[in-house]
Design a protein around this ligand. Structure first.
Ligand code: SAM
Length: 444
């Protein structure tokens, strides 16, 4: 499938002399990349022969050799890395969240940037990852769970509903807006087929509305990053200008992106003929003032949750809870959660989960949740079973294994957690969730 003529004319007008190089770049293949997950140390050494070089603007980004697909790679399933297009790593770098901040990712699925934002928080502060499409929100929750993110909430709301609940609430907000996808045309012929001027106008209108709602949630002195993977000015600069007209308390903030350049006016484009990545647009805006984000009421643990927490600690011995000092155990229905300090309640909002999902209760029985396996540091869990490649393949397919272990056991490969097993009478029963087993039709 070729490129729409109208689109090529627009690009020629936008690029002038640079159009020839751009057109030539469209004939080349893209550059696959992944981002190492710092919440899983040691993954890089295991990717020997796969990673080529570092993505200049993301220290954890790596280009990968041609044709690499994670498939059923245990390292991928253990959250060691996330496949992410190199240019798509730019917006979260520009937002640059720091540990302890409250961060909102408003258009978050499938979660590449949310994972990157959570990694930057290093487990301190929290991330609200929102996605209004419910199917995509579930995929987002699954990806964050696989990456071992504990200090995030996954919401499934439209921006206006969130903005009513959380005015002035976040230090940093990312709007990675749904767009016409011109920057992805090279990799994704389907987006080319869907392109039309009318679609561009429709996207621009929707983005403008999203951006206005996002601005309502930035605290005075806070940051807002607006990004798209498209080139036209209607969806990019013109939306930023519209926001600045509506909200004079926001101003563009200059920034530099290594390997790309300086954004003196707060806006930067990533062009496929200038960098090794697809097309992207990133704008950084700062709200004037300096008030801290409001403090949400401290959540108190209920007696039941405290009791269940104690029970869980005896079922899964080790000092794994140490990084979660100051977090609050709470029940939501029959699920036991651990909430990071400062996280608000999401009453009345569609919330797929907030904090770390610790365990599920069924009558008097408590079962550690898969999310706990993915978020706990394996070195701090006492009962572990390291698998060889054959055992690993069997475990990932849902098989049982011979074991000397008794009780709840963290199953690892290369020291990274894959899930739980429960040992009894020489057999390790498989507790990998059915939907995550190889052959279950799970999307990898
Ligand atoms: N940031 C994501 C990542 O890195 O994986 C990609 C986001 S994608 C470009 C845009 C997302 O916005 C889609 O998942 C789409 O469902 C969602 N979306 C659609 N309409 C929206 C709206 N009105 N408000 C917020 N998000 C919306």
């Amino acid at each position: 499938m070729g490129y729409p003529d109208e689109y090529l004319c627009d690009m020629q007008a936008l690029l002038g002399k640079g159009f020839g190089a751009f057109r030539a770049a469209l004939q080349e293949g893209g550059h696959a990349a992944l981002r190492l997950n710092p919440l899983r140390s040691g993954a890089e050494a295991l990717l020997h022969g796969i990673c080529t070089d570092v993505v200049p603007w993301e220290p954890r980004g790596r280009y990968v050799r041609e044709g690499f697909r994670p498939g059923a790679d245990p390292l991928y399933l253990a959250g060691g890395y996330y496949m992410q297009e190199a240019s798509a790593m730019a917006p979260a770098r520009v937002l640059d969240p720091r540990p302890g901040e409250r961060v909102l990712d408003l258009c978050a699925a499938p979660g590449g940037k949310s994972g990157q934002l959570a990694a930057a928080l290093e487990g301190k502060g929290f991330l609200v990852a929102n996605e209004p499409d419910s199917r995509r929100a579930r995929a987002l929750a699954g990806n964050l769970e696989r990456l071992g993110v504990a200090n995030a909430a996954v919401l499934n709301q439209l921006p206006e509903r969130l903005a009513r609940a959380f005015p002035d609430a976040f230090d940093a907000v990312l709007v990675d807006a749904p767009c016409s996808g011109e920057g992805m045309f090279r990799r994704d012929p389907e987006t080319r087929a869907q392109w039309s001027k009318a679609n561009v106008l429709g996207c621009a209108r929707r983005q403008k509305a999203i951006l206005l709602e996002a601005a309502r949630m930035v605290r005075p002195g806070g940051r807002l990053v607006y990004s798209t993977c498209t080139f036209n000015a209607l969806e990019n600069e013109e939306n930023v200008e519209a926001l600045l007209r509506a909200r004079p308390d926001f101003a563009p903030a200059p920034f530099s992106l290594p390997g790309v350049g300086d954004a003196r006016d707060g806006c930067l484009r990533l062009w496929p003929h200038e960098i090794r990545g697809e097309g992207h647009f990133v704008a950084l805006l700062r709200r004037s003032g300096g008030a801290p984000a409001p403090v949400f009421p401290r959540l108190s643990p209920d007696g039941e949750a405290r009791h269940a927490w104690g029970q869980l600690l005896s079922m899964v011995p080790g000092d794994w809870p140490r990084p979660f000092g100051g977090w609050t155990p709470r029940f939501a229905g029959d699920t036991l959660w651990l909430l990071p300090p400062g996280m608000p309640e999401f009453k009345g909002l569609l919330c797929l989960g907030a904090g770390l999902r610790l365990a599920a209760r069924s009558g008097r029985i408590l079962r550690p949740h898969h999310a706990l396996a993915m978020a706990a540091d394996p070195a701090r869990v006492r009962d572990r079973m390291e698998l060889d490649p054959v055992q690993c393949a069997l475990y990932l397919r849902g098989g049982t294994l011979p074991t000397p272990c008794r009780g709840w056991t963290l199953v690892t490969r290369h020291g990274l957690a894959l899930g739980w097993g429960k040992g009894a009478e020489g057999i390790l029963k498989n507790h990998l969730p059915k939907g995550l087993r190889i052959g279950s039709g799970n999307a990898l």
